[in-house]
Structures are given as C-alpha cells and as structure tokens.
Design a protein around this ligand. Sequence first.
Ligand code: GRF
Length: 205
Amino acid sequence: MKKVKVAILASGRGSNFKAILKEINAGTCNAEINVLITNNPDAPAISIAEENDIPVEIIERKFFTNREDMDVKIKEILDQYEVDLVVLAGYMLVLKGKELLEAYKNKIINIHPALLPSFPGVDAQKQAFDYGVKVSGVTIHFVDATLDAGPIIYQEVVDISNCKTAEETAAKILKIEHKAYAKIVDSFSKGKYIVDGRRAKYILD
Ligand code: GRF
C-alpha cells in the first residue's frame, strides 16, 4: 500500500505532529512526513522535525505584504515536496490563499479540540469547560475558506464532566486527538473521502 505523503503545518508545541510520527514509526500509520512548514521560527515543533530528519520550511508572516502572497509561497513548497495531504497541527493562521485552497481542495485537514460547530476558534477546551458542557471532543475536518467549518471527516466524544479545570479538560482531549489524528492520516492510504456538500463520505480503495 502506498504511503501518504504528508506536510505538517504547525505553529507551536507540535504534540500532534509528534504523535503522528510515533504511529508512523510504530507501523500503525501508513504515511511519511516530507516537510514541516511553520510560521514561527521559535516553534518547538521545529526540533521534533530536526530530530527526525524532516526538512523544515519557515514562512514568516512579516516577510509578505499580505496573507495571499504568504499562502502562495506555502503552495509552492507543498508542490515542491509533492505531498498528498496537508495536516494542520496547531497552525495558528487561517489559510486565506485562494490558489492554495483550490489546488489542495479536500487535501488539507485540521484537528479542532471540540465537537464542531460548538466552540470554534481559539481556546475551545476552555470555552467548553466554562460553558459547563458534560461532553466535548475532537473534530477532524477538511479546511476551506471558512473558520473551523469545512466538511467533517471524524468526530469523537470526550466525557469532560469530571474535569476540574480548563487545563485538565485540554489534557484529556489532547490524548484523544493524538490517536485520532494518526488514525485519520492512515485512512488516506487505504481509501478516499468523497465530499458532497457538507458531507465527507469515506470509501475504501
Ligand atoms: C491542538 O489542541 C489542536 O487541536 C489545535 O491546536 C492544538 C495544537 O497542539 N488545533 P499541538 O501543537 O499539536 O501540541
């Protein structure tokens, strides 16, 4: 079976990136990570890439006059590394480039630490905790021009009713994210998602 060629986009700590690498190394995720792209030269994710001999491309916002141009540069890098799948793992900028979004339509995925459409945007775990919901969870979805509202690929419920703080909530959800993201990346090597309107239906090869 052909491995999924992946680009990771991350801005920060990179624990999802690390978790996917772990599953790849364990043989449970049939993928290879060809490149890490980050907008943050201080992202801890960079050292994870370096330790694993994964090329790093730093694309900083300040070197571009607008976000469209920045995303054109990202698209050029994705083309250069010939990736099949773009995995956003804590990438803190919304992708805005039309050219990038069109060229990689239904090939860019994101993980969100809540059950969308509840609690979109930043601090989703704190939003859920503060609201007092009993269950929250994880959503993996395709990325389009909307914020956290592309077609949903996968959701998993996490019981947060016993969590005492927002931090505890985030930690409980993060554990589930790590398993779920690698599982979904792996699924791209065994089948495809057909997107029809808001629905992404999985078909095995
Ligand atoms: C995760 O909680 C993810 O759901 C969200 O950003 C966070 C990234 O964490 N989109 P990490 O950098 O993967 O540790």
